[in-house]
Design a protein around this ligand. Sequence first.
Ligand code: NAD
Length: 255
Amino acid sequence: MAGILDGHVAAVTGGGSGIGQGICQAYAREGARVIILDVNQEGSQETLDLIAVGGGTATALMLDVRDRAACRAVAAEIARTAPVSILVNNAGINRRNPITGDVDAVARDWDDILSINLDGMFNVTHAFLEQLRQTRGRIVNIGSIQSFVHVAWPNSAAYTTSKHGVLGFTRALAAELGKDGVRVNAIGPGLIETRINAEARARNPDMVAMVMRHTPLGRAGQPSDIAGPAVFLASDLSSYVTGSIVMADGGFRTV
Ligand SMILES: NC(=O)c1ccc[n+]([C@@H]2O[C@H](COP(=O)([O-])OP(=O)(O)OC[C@H]3O[C@@H](n4cnc5c(N)ncnc54)[C@H](O)[C@@H]3O)[C@@H](O)[C@H]2O)c1
Protein backbone atom coordinates (compact mmCIF):
# COMPACT_ATOMS: atom_id res chain seq x y z
CA MET A 1 0.00 0.00 0.00
CA ALA A 2 1.31 3.45 -0.88
CA GLY A 3 2.47 5.55 2.06
CA ILE A 4 1.88 9.25 2.35
CA LEU A 5 5.66 9.83 2.66
CA ASP A 6 6.83 7.47 -0.10
CA GLY A 7 10.07 8.66 -1.69
CA HIS A 8 11.03 10.94 1.21
CA VAL A 9 14.22 10.79 3.25
CA ALA A 10 13.53 11.94 6.82
CA ALA A 11 16.21 12.86 9.38
CA VAL A 12 14.95 12.91 12.97
CA THR A 13 17.15 14.19 15.80
CA GLY A 14 16.57 12.48 19.13
CA GLY A 15 14.97 9.58 17.25
CA GLY A 16 16.23 7.10 19.84
CA SER A 17 13.58 7.82 22.48
CA GLY A 18 10.10 9.09 23.25
CA ILE A 19 8.54 11.53 20.81
CA GLY A 20 11.35 11.16 18.26
CA GLN A 21 11.04 7.39 18.31
CA GLY A 22 7.28 7.67 17.72
CA ILE A 23 7.83 10.02 14.80
CA CYS A 24 10.47 7.73 13.26
CA GLN A 25 8.09 4.77 13.43
CA ALA A 26 5.22 6.73 11.89
CA TYR A 27 7.40 8.12 9.09
CA ALA A 28 8.74 4.65 8.27
CA ARG A 29 5.19 3.27 8.28
CA GLU A 30 4.26 5.98 5.76
CA GLY A 31 7.08 4.98 3.42
CA ALA A 32 9.90 7.42 4.26
CA ARG A 33 13.49 6.26 4.58
CA VAL A 34 14.31 7.29 8.15
CA ILE A 35 17.68 8.48 9.46
CA ILE A 36 17.90 8.57 13.26
CA LEU A 37 20.35 11.17 14.59
CA ASP A 38 20.99 10.79 18.31
CA VAL A 39 23.68 10.43 20.97
CA ASN A 40 21.74 7.49 22.40
CA GLN A 41 23.09 4.35 20.72
CA GLU A 42 20.91 1.88 22.62
CA GLY A 43 17.75 3.88 21.99
CA SER A 44 18.60 4.32 18.32
CA GLN A 45 19.00 0.55 17.99
CA GLU A 46 15.61 0.09 19.67
CA THR A 47 14.03 2.44 17.10
CA LEU A 48 15.76 0.57 14.25
CA ASP A 49 14.40 -2.73 15.59
CA LEU A 50 10.86 -1.35 15.92
CA ILE A 51 10.99 -0.03 12.36
CA ALA A 52 12.38 -3.32 11.03
CA VAL A 53 9.49 -5.23 12.65
CA GLY A 54 7.07 -2.94 10.82
CA GLY A 55 8.85 -3.54 7.50
CA GLY A 56 10.24 0.00 7.21
CA THR A 57 13.68 1.29 6.20
CA ALA A 58 15.95 3.15 8.62
CA THR A 59 19.55 3.84 9.52
CA ALA A 60 21.07 5.46 12.61
CA LEU A 61 24.01 7.80 12.92
CA MET A 62 25.49 8.98 16.19
CA LEU A 63 25.29 12.78 16.35
CA ASP A 64 25.54 15.31 19.15
CA VAL A 65 23.52 18.27 17.87
CA ARG A 66 25.77 20.64 19.88
CA ASP A 67 28.70 19.75 17.61
CA ARG A 68 28.35 22.02 14.57
CA ALA A 69 31.20 20.43 12.63
CA ALA A 70 29.78 16.95 13.24
CA CYS A 71 26.36 18.13 12.00
CA ARG A 72 27.95 19.30 8.77
CA ALA A 73 29.91 16.06 8.38
CA VAL A 74 26.78 13.92 8.91
CA ALA A 75 24.79 16.02 6.42
CA ALA A 76 27.55 15.66 3.83
CA GLU A 77 27.69 11.90 4.41
CA ILE A 78 23.92 11.58 3.94
CA ALA A 79 23.95 13.75 0.80
CA ARG A 80 26.22 11.20 -0.90
CA THR A 81 23.29 8.74 -0.96
CA ALA A 82 20.15 10.90 -1.25
CA PRO A 83 19.27 14.36 0.04
CA VAL A 84 17.11 14.77 3.11
CA SER A 85 13.63 16.10 2.28
CA ILE A 86 12.18 16.06 5.84
CA LEU A 87 14.04 17.29 8.91
CA VAL A 88 12.61 16.93 12.40
CA ASN A 89 14.41 18.96 15.07
CA ASN A 90 13.31 16.99 18.11
CA ALA A 91 16.42 16.39 20.28
CA GLY A 92 15.98 18.16 23.58
CA ILE A 93 16.54 18.13 27.32
CA ASN A 94 14.85 19.74 30.30
CA ARG A 95 15.80 20.48 33.89
CA ARG A 96 13.50 22.20 36.34
CA ASN A 97 15.35 24.38 38.83
CA PRO A 98 14.50 27.82 40.19
CA ILE A 99 16.47 30.72 38.68
CA THR A 100 17.12 31.85 42.26
CA GLY A 101 18.92 28.58 43.08
CA ASP A 102 22.62 27.74 43.19
CA VAL A 103 24.41 30.17 40.87
CA ASP A 104 26.65 27.63 39.15
CA ALA A 105 23.86 25.08 38.72
CA VAL A 106 21.54 27.68 37.19
CA ALA A 107 24.26 28.76 34.73
CA ARG A 108 25.01 25.14 33.84
CA ASP A 109 21.32 24.42 33.17
CA TRP A 110 21.12 27.51 30.98
CA ASP A 111 24.16 26.53 28.91
CA ASP A 112 23.18 22.87 28.53
CA ILE A 113 19.53 23.49 27.67
CA LEU A 114 20.13 26.34 25.24
CA SER A 115 23.04 24.55 23.54
CA ILE A 116 20.92 21.47 22.77
CA ASN A 117 17.37 22.80 22.37
CA LEU A 118 18.23 25.98 20.48
CA ASP A 119 21.81 25.99 19.16
CA GLY A 120 21.41 22.32 18.27
CA MET A 121 18.32 23.10 16.20
CA PHE A 122 20.27 25.78 14.33
CA ASN A 123 23.33 23.54 13.82
CA VAL A 124 21.32 20.72 12.29
CA THR A 125 19.01 22.91 10.21
CA HIS A 126 21.91 24.91 8.79
CA ALA A 127 23.82 21.74 7.93
CA PHE A 128 20.85 20.31 5.98
CA LEU A 129 19.68 23.59 4.45
CA GLU A 130 20.97 22.99 0.91
CA GLN A 131 19.46 19.49 0.80
CA LEU A 132 16.11 20.85 1.99
CA ARG A 133 16.15 23.63 -0.59
CA GLN A 134 17.11 21.14 -3.30
CA THR A 135 14.16 18.87 -2.41
CA ARG A 136 11.70 21.68 -1.59
CA GLY A 137 11.60 19.96 1.77
CA ARG A 138 9.84 20.29 5.10
CA ILE A 139 11.16 21.14 8.56
CA VAL A 140 9.26 20.14 11.70
CA ASN A 141 10.52 21.65 14.96
CA ILE A 142 9.38 20.38 18.34
CA GLY A 143 8.23 23.27 20.51
CA SER A 144 6.07 22.99 23.61
CA ILE A 145 3.25 24.63 25.51
CA GLN A 146 6.27 26.47 26.90
CA SER A 147 6.65 28.12 23.48
CA PHE A 148 3.85 30.36 24.82
CA VAL A 149 3.60 30.05 28.59
CA HIS A 150 5.83 29.30 31.52
CA VAL A 151 4.46 26.32 33.41
CA ALA A 152 4.92 28.05 36.73
CA TRP A 153 5.86 25.15 38.94
CA PRO A 154 8.39 23.65 38.99
CA ASN A 155 10.64 26.27 37.45
CA SER A 156 12.23 26.04 34.05
CA ALA A 157 13.31 29.46 32.76
CA ALA A 158 15.98 28.09 30.41
CA TYR A 159 13.60 25.52 28.90
CA THR A 160 10.83 28.09 28.45
CA THR A 161 13.31 30.42 26.76
CA SER A 162 14.53 27.66 24.47
CA LYS A 163 11.01 26.68 23.42
CA HIS A 164 9.99 30.30 22.77
CA GLY A 165 13.13 30.35 20.58
CA VAL A 166 11.97 27.26 18.70
CA LEU A 167 8.79 29.09 17.73
CA GLY A 168 10.70 32.23 16.70
CA PHE A 169 13.12 30.21 14.59
CA THR A 170 10.21 28.36 12.97
CA ARG A 171 8.50 31.59 11.95
CA ALA A 172 11.70 33.29 10.76
CA LEU A 173 12.70 30.33 8.62
CA ALA A 174 9.19 29.93 7.19
CA ALA A 175 9.31 33.55 6.07
CA GLU A 176 12.76 33.23 4.57
CA LEU A 177 12.50 29.80 2.91
CA GLY A 178 9.00 30.03 1.45
CA LYS A 179 10.44 31.27 -1.83
CA ASP A 180 12.40 28.00 -2.07
CA GLY A 181 9.30 25.90 -1.45
CA VAL A 182 10.59 24.80 1.95
CA ARG A 183 7.85 24.67 4.59
CA VAL A 184 8.77 25.14 8.25
CA ASN A 185 6.37 24.34 11.08
CA ALA A 186 6.39 23.35 14.72
CA ILE A 187 4.48 21.03 17.02
CA GLY A 188 3.66 22.05 20.58
CA PRO A 189 3.27 18.93 22.70
CA GLY A 190 1.66 19.05 26.13
CA LEU A 191 2.69 16.58 28.80
CA ILE A 192 3.81 13.49 26.91
CA GLU A 193 4.92 10.51 28.96
CA THR A 194 8.58 9.99 28.00
CA ARG A 195 11.99 9.72 29.66
CA ILE A 196 12.43 13.50 29.67
CA ASN A 197 9.84 13.84 32.44
CA ALA A 198 9.76 10.34 33.97
CA GLU A 199 11.59 11.47 37.11
CA ALA A 200 9.58 14.71 37.42
CA ARG A 201 6.30 12.77 37.08
CA ALA A 202 7.40 10.28 39.72
CA ARG A 203 8.68 12.93 42.14
CA ASN A 204 6.06 15.64 41.63
CA PRO A 205 2.49 14.31 41.43
CA ASP A 206 1.38 17.93 42.08
CA MET A 207 2.99 18.99 38.80
CA VAL A 208 1.11 16.28 36.92
CA ALA A 209 -2.14 17.27 38.67
CA MET A 210 -1.57 20.93 37.73
CA VAL A 211 -1.07 20.00 34.08
CA MET A 212 -4.15 17.76 34.13
CA ARG A 213 -6.27 20.62 35.49
CA HIS A 214 -5.30 22.41 32.24
CA THR A 215 -5.97 19.41 30.00
CA PRO A 216 -9.60 19.07 28.89
CA LEU A 217 -8.87 15.71 27.30
CA GLY A 218 -8.08 14.51 30.80
CA ARG A 219 -4.99 12.40 30.15
CA ALA A 220 -1.28 12.73 29.51
CA GLY A 221 -0.14 12.24 25.92
CA GLN A 222 1.88 9.43 24.35
CA PRO A 223 4.51 9.74 21.57
CA SER A 224 1.91 8.38 19.12
CA ASP A 225 -0.19 11.52 19.84
CA ILE A 226 2.62 13.62 18.33
CA ALA A 227 3.34 11.29 15.41
CA GLY A 228 0.07 12.19 13.62
CA PRO A 229 0.73 15.95 13.48
CA ALA A 230 4.35 15.18 12.50
CA VAL A 231 3.18 13.10 9.53
CA PHE A 232 0.71 15.81 8.56
CA LEU A 233 3.35 18.55 8.61
CA ALA A 234 5.86 16.45 6.66
CA SER A 235 3.35 15.42 3.99
CA ASP A 236 1.59 17.15 1.10
CA LEU A 237 -1.57 17.22 3.26
CA SER A 238 -0.09 20.42 4.74
CA SER A 239 1.00 21.88 1.38
CA TYR A 240 -0.19 25.43 2.28
CA VAL A 241 0.87 25.35 5.93
CA THR A 242 4.06 27.12 6.94
CA GLY A 243 5.14 29.15 9.96
CA SER A 244 2.51 27.42 12.10
CA ILE A 245 2.63 25.58 15.37
CA VAL A 246 0.23 22.67 15.77
CA MET A 247 -0.59 22.29 19.45
CA ALA A 248 -0.93 18.65 20.50
CA ASP A 249 -1.49 19.34 24.17
CA GLY A 250 -4.93 17.99 25.05
CA GLY A 251 -6.21 21.59 24.98
CA PHE A 252 -3.85 22.96 27.65
CA ARG A 253 -4.24 26.64 26.83
CA THR A 254 -8.04 26.60 26.65
CA VAL A 255 -8.61 26.34 30.42
N1 NAD B 1 7.70 14.81 26.80
C1 NAD B 1 7.08 15.98 26.88
O1 NAD B 1 6.17 16.17 27.72
C2 NAD B 1 7.44 17.09 25.95
C3 NAD B 1 6.59 18.21 25.90
C4 NAD B 1 6.91 19.27 25.05
C5 NAD B 1 8.04 19.19 24.27
N2 NAD B 1 8.85 18.09 24.33
C6 NAD B 1 10.04 18.07 23.47
O2 NAD B 1 10.03 16.91 22.70
C7 NAD B 1 11.38 16.60 22.33
C8 NAD B 1 11.65 15.13 22.58
O3 NAD B 1 11.56 14.89 23.97
P1 NAD B 1 11.06 13.50 24.60
O4 NAD B 1 9.97 13.82 25.51
O5 NAD B 1 10.85 12.50 23.54
O6 NAD B 1 12.34 13.16 25.51
P2 NAD B 1 13.33 11.90 25.53
O7 NAD B 1 14.28 12.20 26.62
O8 NAD B 1 12.55 10.64 25.59
O9 NAD B 1 14.08 11.98 24.11
C9 NAD B 1 15.02 12.98 23.81
C10 NAD B 1 16.02 12.42 22.83
O10 NAD B 1 16.93 13.48 22.49
C11 NAD B 1 18.23 12.95 22.49
N3 NAD B 1 19.23 13.98 22.72
C12 NAD B 1 19.45 14.68 23.87
N4 NAD B 1 20.52 15.47 23.74
C13 NAD B 1 21.00 15.27 22.48
C14 NAD B 1 22.10 15.79 21.76
N5 NAD B 1 22.95 16.68 22.32
N6 NAD B 1 22.29 15.39 20.48
C15 NAD B 1 21.46 14.47 19.93
N7 NAD B 1 20.42 13.92 20.56
C16 NAD B 1 20.19 14.33 21.83
C17 NAD B 1 18.21 11.93 23.62
O11 NAD B 1 19.31 11.01 23.52
C18 NAD B 1 16.87 11.29 23.44
O12 NAD B 1 16.93 10.18 22.56
C19 NAD B 1 12.26 17.56 23.12
O13 NAD B 1 12.63 18.65 22.29
C20 NAD B 1 11.35 18.05 24.22
O14 NAD B 1 11.71 19.31 24.70
C21 NAD B 1 8.57 17.04 25.16
